[in-house]
Design a binder for this molecule. Structure first.
Ligand code: APR
Length: 251
């Protein structure tokens, strides 16, 4: 059984309002690839500038749409892991605010209320021109297809794009405001499975810490945030969160 470091258990047991900030490592044990850390991570195989920027979209919509449909297929076929389920269980008896950089819907499918998806969602689509939400099924394939034509907007006929934040685009204002509030109004912040590199999300834990909120990093590896938190716990999201929530709720 994974041992939870005492300071973390104490903080978790006495916290009324817990904020968690998750990154791709939260979904790693569900089989969704991370972006930077593993040998098979996405940016070791693909060039983000070619696939996740507005310039790439204007350059080659079919390539960008095909790649996003491959990612959507992986996420659709993945299942929430024990970490997602632990957070959802905790949220049924305490205020657990989930701020995520992830575009999958595994927190939601585990039963968590997600307060802020600061990098958007792979299950939301909108028109590139009139921004009308596209609510019809987009035809996620069952096999990877390199190039695919995106659907046309029902309202204006232009191309439908993924509702995710690409490099160089601004974050959804409402989500980021909510994330800031959740950092400041917390008794504990858990930063789970993020390399802490991509701004402005990577500055959110500093906000919490600067406000006197204890910040704990849950990550098997050292990150850019590791020297800016109060406690690091070198454990995986699934193992760590399952053990932590058991320790808090089964006390
Ligand atoms: N449990 C916890 N953490 C894990 C696990 C795991 N099982 N497996 C990997 N990690 C950690 C890695 O050590 C790494 O620190 O998850 C982190 C993943 O880092 P990134 O791949 O950089 O993902 P993330 O921090 O979420 O990236 C931020 O970059 O490309 C953009 O928009 C994209 O939202 C993404 C943003």
């Amino acid at each position: 059984m994974t041992q939870v470091p005492l300071p973390i258990v104490d903080w978790a047991r006495s916290a009324d309002r817990i904020t968690v900030m998750t990154g791709a490592g939260m979904s790693a044990e569900s089989g969704v690839p991370t972006f930077r850390d593993a040998p098979d991570s996405l940016w070791s195989r693909f060039d983000p500038k070619q696939l996740t920027s507005i310039g790439a979209w204007w350059e080659d919509r079919h390539l960008v749409w095909g790649w996003h449909m491959w990612l959507a297929m992986l996420m659709r076929d993945a299942q929430p892991n024990a970490g997602h389920h632990a957070l959802a269980r905790w949220g049924r008896s305490a205020t657990v605010r989930v701020v995520t950089q992830n575009i999958d819907d595994l927190h939601e499918r585990a039963g968590s209320q997600v307060l802020a998806k600061v990098h958007g969602s792979m299950t939301a689509f909108r028109c590139e021109a009139c921004a009308a939400p596209h609510t019809e099924p987009v035809g996620i394939p069952d096999e990877p297809v390199e190039r695919l034509a995106p659907p046309e907007c029902r309202a204006c006929g232009q191309a439908v794009r993924p509702g995710v934040v690409w490099f160089g685009e601004s974050l959804p204002g409402q989500a980021f405001e909510a994330a800031i509030d959740a950092m400041l109004d917390a008794d504990l912040l858990l930063v789970i499975g993020t390399s802490g590199i991509v701004q402005p999300a990577a500055s959110l834990p500093d906000l919490a810490r600067g406000h006197g909120v204890p910040v704990v990093e849950i990550n098997p590896q050292v990150t850019a945030l590791s020297t800016r938190v109060d406690e690091v716990w070198r454990v995986s999201a699934a193992d760590g969160l399952a053990a932590l929530v058991d320790a808090v709720l089964d006390d």
